[in-house]
Design a protein around this ligand. Sequence first.
Ligand code: CDP
Ligand code: MG
Length: 142
Amino acid sequence: MIVTKQRTLSIVKPDATKRNLTGSVVAMLEAGGLSVVAQRRVRLSEAQARAFYAVHKDRPFYEALVAFMTSEPVVVQVLEGEDAVKKNREIMGATDPKEADEGTIRAALGMSLEANSVHGSDSPENAEKEIAFFFAGCELLD
Ligand code: CDP
Ligand code: MG
């Protein structure tokens, strides 16, 4: 069997860092088979949050999302594992914690549709862009 390692970008969002749940999130990611290969705690500027979520700039929730993501520090992470993008989305659960499957991070820790504890890239192409947004190549050597 050929095992192809993949990387994805994860963010522990303000609602989770504020409740001291970074370790709980990491434990669930690791239990699901993903490894944290880079990690940094940062307070996003408004410009950074706007740019990161630019894909949603015309959606009604955009302004509130930018305010939420800059309200407290976040922890940005690069996760690695087999099929990491898809696997992380499975471990995270659906966007709305009320609709997330039992055992997922969002079902266990999420507070609302907005304050849903984690971000995860939605495709390998976006994972590459989002990783490059937060991490330099020299931080990601094997
Ligand atoms: O994070 P995910 O990829 O599951 O969802 P998204 O559709 O890409 O939305 C990005 C983020 O915007 C969500 O994780 C929520 O924090 C927020 N959001 C919101 O506040 N209200 C919505 N109706 C949809 C998303
Ligand atoms: Mg998304």
